[in-house]
Design a binder for this molecule. Structure first.
Ligand code: URA
Length: 183
């Protein structure tokens, strides 16, 4: 428990990159810190920045819809992001920002010890696995991070723009869920 408090404190006081100047809140996570299924997105958007929780805006609603449809409870999942602070105008995280924030994500993975990680979108894929990979080719195929199975899939915001991605995203999450101990 105290390890989470230390991490929260470090994140809340973080000034490693310029994003601390414009943030309203540091966004650490949402969900169960002991869950078997961990989602990693990109960075907080405007709603998350205001509320202080991950994926509580429109993209989060799309994700929640998928989870409900697949019978996965809020308590079964843990969600966080590559960046803990919102980039102004939602621009993609830079390599430097991602690197400076990476230690916090590593600690989250270490503390949650998920059975499976789902990467939401190309940004998470590039920064966690390999900068040369694209989400369209990589989604739906298992990869690995520190011996944890990783399933890349579309970012839920992409579903808001293109409804045809929904089936694939749901399929990928279902596949990941089947590999968790709680499924
Ligand atoms: N998009 C993300 O990648 N993360 C959030 O928390 C919200 C929107």
């Amino acid at each position: 428990m105290w390890e989470w408090e230390i991490l929260e404190n470090e994140c809340k006081n973080c000034t490693k990159c310029e994003l601390h100047k414009s943030r309203l809140n540091v966004v650490i996570d949402r969900g169960n810190r002991n869950a078997g299924l961990m989602f990693i997105g990109e960075a907080p958007g405007a709603t998350e920045d205001r509320v202080g929780k991950a994926f509580v805006g429109n993209a989060g609603k799309m994700l929640d819809l998928a989870l409900t449809g697949l019978g996965i409870a809020e308590d079964d999942i843990y969600i966080c992001n590559i960046l803990k602070c919102r980039p102004p105008n939602n621009i993609n995280p830079t390599k430097e920002q991602a690197l400076m924030c990476m230690g916090y994500l590593m600690k989250q993975i270490e503390l949650v010890k998920p059975d499976v990680i789902v990467l939401l979108g190309g940004v998470a894929l590039k920064h966690l696995i390999d900068s040369s990979l694209g989400i369209t080719r990589s989604r739906g195929s298992w990869t690995e991070f520190n011996e944890i199975p990783v399933m890349p899939t579309y970012h839920p915001a992409a579903l808001l723009r293109d409804d045809s991605k929904k089936m694939d995203m749901w399929k990928d999450i279902k596949e990941a869920w089947k590999r968790t101990k709680n499924s």
